[in-house]
Structures are given as structure tokens and as C-alpha cells.
Design a protein around this ligand. Structure first.
Ligand code: SAM
Length: 221
């Protein structure tokens, strides 16, 4: 997501600094000091302006949430939303998904949300898609046994690619829909989701649980 550099970015960041986690290996060691081990943890990778994940946190105070976004001006907007709402069950990591296994412990998350990730339509760029096996290999180790990935997109090509990729990787797929808003699935809209559904684009969604085959295939990559 391209954004103009925010005015007074550093001062504004400082104001919400208590919600930021520094993406360094030491974070891994102290990770459970933040929320403890008992609560369910949900995380969104590529959370943009953070509307979705902060609403999730506001509506589910008994769970903990992590927002991961690599663009500082975007993550700042999520941090400011959480700060304004006085939320203490959410933290923000400004980093690329690729470094997550070196800064977060294995098997810490119950749910990983991938919402409206960049579709990278050219096949030469396919490996940059967050649902490409190369990217999944980075963040899947964070998922607890029995955990799941929840994926939404407006993009038909990306949805079909993702279905194929996850099927080939042996994921157990459920709740597959090409028109989420016509179902009665409880849903919190993201910023991109609002924008595309206002334009009449149907929102696609699926839930994916890794199986033993998934881990075997990814370990051989
Ligand atoms: C199209 S936006 C969607 C934002 C939000 N999820 C929504 O639905 O409104 C995708 C976001 O993912 C972020 N992103 C893309 N690749 C990423 C990566 N490898 N690691 C972290 N963030 C990434 C981008 O910076 C961008 O903000």
C-alpha cells in the first residue's frame, strides 16, 4: 500500500509506542510476557490501516491480537485507532512477513488472517503473494496445531490461485465462498473490503487448516 509520508510521523508513533513490538530476535524470548500463554491469539499479516484487526480486538477483549504490516505509515494508522480506543489486547509489528519466524515463537497463533493481500497479477511476481507457498512457509510455523488461516479477497485471479495452491499443499479447506456478503458468516470488514464491496465487487473467502501433508510438502521446498 502506497501512502504519503505522514506529517509528524515520528511524534505520532511515539504517542502509541507502547503498542509497538520491536521486530528483533529478543521479542521471541519475551513474547509470552506480553499477553501470557492462556488467551487465544489472532494475527493479521498485511493489516494495512488496521481497521479490521483493531475492531476484532475491540469486540473480543478476552483474546489477544497482533497486527503485522511492513509500511510504517500504514501501521501507524492502526496503532492510532487502537490507542484512541484504549485497547490493551493488541500489539503492532512493523515488519515484512518473511522475518516473522525469527521474531515470534513457533505455534503461538490460533488464527492467521490474510485479508486483501496484494494480488501481484503477473506470474513473474507470484512468489510475492502472501498465499504463495514460499510466503506461507515463512508464517505457517507460527500457527498452533489445530489453528487456521482465514483468507479474504476481492480478486478472482488471486482467489483461484489461492484455492489451487492451498489444495496442492494439502490444506483442509472449508467455508469457501465467492460471495461472502450473501452468507450469514459473521464478518468484520477491512478498509479494502469496504472499498471493493461499495464498487459492487463480490468478496471471496476461505478457511484453511494445515494437515501433516502440508508440513511435509513445505519442509521439502
Ligand atoms: C492491499 S493492502 C490490504 C490491507 C488490509 N488488509 C485491508 O484489507 O484493508 C495489503 C497490505 O499488505 C501489506 N503487505 C504486503 N506484503 C507484505 C509482507 N510481505 N509483509 C507485511 N505486510 C505486507 C502491504 O503493505 C499492504 O498494506
Amino acid at each position: 500500500m502506497r501512502l504519503r509520508r505522514k506529517k509528524n510521523r515520528d511524534t505520532r508513533f511515539e504517542r502509541c509506542a507502547g503498542l509497538a513490538l520491536t521486530p528483533e530476535p529478543s521479542l521471541k524470548d519475551g513474547f509470552y510476557d506480553i499477553f501470557g500463554r492462556d488467551k487465544k491469539l489472532e494475527m493479521e499479516i498485511g493489516s494495512g490501516k488496521g481497521g479490521f484487526i483493531t475492531q476484532c480486538a475491540a469486540q473480543n477483549q478476552s483474546r489477544s491480537f497482533i497486527s503485522v504490516e511492513r509500511v510504517k505509515d500504514c501501521i501507524l494508522m492502526g496503532m492510532e485507532k487502537a490507542h484512541a480506543a484504549g485497547l490493551d489486547n493488541i500489539r503492532f509489528i512493523c515488519a515484512d512477513a518473511e522475518i516473522l519466524p525469527s521474531v515470534m515463537p513457533e505455534k503461538c497463533a490460533d488464527v492467521i488472517y490474510i485479508n486483501f493481500c496484494d494480488p501481484w497479477p503477473k506470474s513473474a511476481h507470484a512468489k510475492r503473494r502472501l498465499t504463495h507457498r514460499k510466503m506461507i512457509k515463512y508464517y505457517l510455523p507460527l500457527l498452533k496445531d489445530g489453528g487456521e488461516i482465514r483468507f479474504k479477497t476481492d480478486n478472482d485471479g488471486l482467489f483461484e490461485f489461492t484455492l489451487e495452491e492451498l489444495t496442492e499443499l494439502g490444506f483442509d479447506l472449508s467455508e469457501v465462498t465467492r460471495d461472502l456478503h450473501s452468507t450469514d458468516t459473521p464478518n468484520i470488514m477491512t478498509e479494502y473490503e469496504k472499498r471493493f464491496s461499495d464498487m459492487g465487487v463480490k468478496i471471496k473467502r476461505l478457511v484453511a487448516k494445515p494437515t501433516e501433508a502440508t508440513y511435509k510438502i513445505l519442509s521439502e521446498l
